[in-house]
Design a binder for this molecule. Structure first.
Ligand SMILES: [Zn+2]
Length: 393
């Protein structure tokens, strides 16, 4: 693996050495159209996406308006909605949030996306992210027997990261014999409601996996545990012709790459990259630099999109990189390098308030509780991305 890593590093350096604004460097023949200029544009990327929390029912009208009047004209063609427990599940009503989206609510989103050419992908965070701060989410609240670390009580032990007990978010135990009996009906029901041909399972930042206190997982190889859960969910989706999407961080070696323990793995899950099906769509998020790991995933045979967040310069660089990668790659590689997905991590309602204020020309510094930094504004970055997709940058 060491030699492979060195070879990939050399490959990335080689590509990086040729990186510059794409419109000055790319001379390769056109792939997607007969006009080379068309293929130098962000609009040429097969995937132009946004990943965001699903709205609450009260915010649905405003969210639909945003899709129709902003995302569609900018040329977005993928919308990943984090639903989690914000849906009126019939298979497991005990897991519903209070006042969740109904099937009729979802059908309104589906109808708009279908007539607008937007691929709509629902998400439930699986494996990790089963709690946040001192709140345990619905799955482990209702089924505490699935908890990988039952000795850690979120409500009693939470302290800001880093803490002595390594708690960022709880995980479910992937080897619990009943966990998929609960999870799979949720996936099926949500995908049916969304009429989705893909499902995003999250699976990022899984810190608790293969823990010694779990009698089922203790002693297991953590890469095998992670790969096993990815493959299990993948295979279930594949039965109905659906694709699995996940975040890519657990598949990157955090130490070798220097990417650290958030955007990559310190907890021995990264060898799973060679153990999972090659049609899993990788959402390769990087928020501190425009790291070039998309090439690594594509070299392994995965479809991949780069994902950005708050720094518009980095987001636009990620988009340019993807255009350049595709231009400089063989057709076999280029088809894996799919595009760019912007990520918004605030609530959908909060996002829309900020978005509409910025769109109306209001000064974001005036309403910011902290000293305003334009390089840490995910909404402003999204607007830059929208302009790029619309051909205005
Ligand atoms: Zn376990």
């Amino acid at each position: 693996m060491k030699y492979l890593t060195l070879a990939l590093t050399a490959l990335m350096l080689l590509i990086a050495s040729g990186l510059a604004p794409a419109d000055k460097t790319v001379t390769a023949p056109a792939a997607a159209t007969d006009n080379p200029a068309d293929n130098l544009s962000p609009a040429s990327l097969p995937v132009r996406g946004l990943a965001i929390e699903a709205p609450k029912p009260a915010g649905l009208d405003a969210f639909l308006k945003f899709i129709e009047e902003d995302l569609v004209p900018a040329g977005f063609n993928l919308l990943i909605l984090r639903v989690d427990w914000n849906y009126a599940y019939e298979s497991h009503p005990e897991l519903r949030d209070p006042n969740p989206l109904t099937r009729n609510d979802v059908k309104r989103i589906v109808a708009l996306c279908q007539r607008s050419g937007i691929r709509l992908v629902p998400q439930i965070n699986l494996l990790g992210h089963q709690s946040w701060a001192n709140q345990t989410y619905a799955l482990l609240r209702e089924y505490p027997q699935f908890d990988e670390t039952p000795s850690i009580k979120t409500e009693e032990h939470y302290a800001p990261w880093p803490n002595d007990y390594g708690l960022y978010c709880k995980s479910y135990c992937p080897l619990h014999p009943e966990v998929h009996d609960v999870v799979f009906p949720l996936i099926d029901e949500l995908c049916d409601a969304f009429e989705a041909d893909a499902f995003h399972a999250g699976m990022d930042e899984v810190f608790y996996i293969g823990m010694d206190e779990c009698p089922r997982c203790k002693g297991h190889d953590k890469s095998e545990l992670f790969a096993g859960e990815v493959t299990c969910i993948h295979d279930h989706l594949a039965e109905k012709g659906r694709q699995l999407m996940i975040w890519g961080d657990r598949l990157l070696d955090g130490r070798t790459t220097g990417l650290g323990e958030w955007e990559a793995s310190y907890n021995d899950t990264w060898r799973a990259i060679d153990m999972i099906p090659k049609d899993v769509f990788i959402c390769d998020w990087h928020y501190e630099r425009a790291d070039l790991t998309g090439v690594y995933f594509a070299t392994k045979g995965f479809p991949v999109a780069e994902c950005g967040y708050r720094n518009s310069d980095l987001c636009l660089q990620q988009i340019r990189d993807m255009v350049t990668f595709r231009q400089q790659s063989s057709p076999e590689m280029a088809e894996h390098l799919q595009g760019y997905i912007h990520t918004i991590w605030s609530g959908a309602d909060m996002f829309l308030r900020r978005y509409n204020a910025l769109k109306a020309g209001q000064d974001p510094a005036a309403s910011s509780r902290r000293p305003y930094d334009p390089k840490r504004d995910d909404v402003r970055a999204l607007m830059e991305v929208m302009a790029a997709f619309a051909g205005q940058k």
